[in-house]
Design a protein around this ligand. Sequence first.
Ligand SMILES: C[S@@+](CC[C@H](N)C(=O)[O-])C[C@H]1O[C@@H](n2cnc3c(N)ncnc32)[C@H](O)[C@@H]1O
Length: 210
Amino acid sequence: MDELNASELGKLDYWENCYDKELNNFHNHGDPGEIWFGDDIVNRIIQWMEMSELVKKDSKLLDIGCGNGMFVVELANEGFTNLHGVDYSEKAVELAKAIANKQNLNIHFSTQNILDGLRDKFDIIHDKGTYDAISLSENALENRNVYINNVYDSLNNNGLFIITSCNWTESELIQQFKMKFESFHTIPTPQFKFGGKVGSVVSSCVFKRK
Ligand SMILES: C[S@@+](CC[C@H](N)C(=O)[O-])C[C@H]1O[C@@H](n2cnc3c(N)ncnc32)[C@H](O)[C@@H]1O
């Protein structure tokens, strides 16, 4: 499988600058910042979680590369109670904490690099756009493998891994994760039609830890 060309989005500096601006915007205007891939995708993932028998309101859930933390903020507002977010950008974590505090939500955010391994274990791990960013780093192939192993090690038995990507198709994700995860479900995402071909802009897959 061809690797993607490395880009700014694969660097910590880029995200620190980005969240520094978003943090100022939040303090000055109350704007939480970008929802990557849009609200519709978030709603589809949460709807699936609420329907799934494997997901409980008190399942211990981690959002990797949580950015402004809006995914777990939405989950908290839907009644989920055991929510955690990590990001390697300190500014992102500062922003996520500020947003959650303003809404009086009890969510645990901390600065951690998924490539260094995580400090805890979870029932559900969620990623929206973080594996994509890692796929754009220098040494992406090596980093992707470290990422897959670290997610595996941080999931409890039968844990679920939910990933949304704009860089990889559903079949590419299944291929990349198959050593450690079995494909469990694909969350339908909006389709586009171009030149007679139908495709998705993003893929949202649910995997079960093997
Ligand atoms: C495209 S943004 C998505 C943010 C958030 N998940 C969302 O959906 O709004 C990618 C995020 O991954 C974070 N990130 C990139 N590499 C990381 C790593 N190795 N460990 C932890 N976070 C990382 C970035 O700081 C950024 O917040």
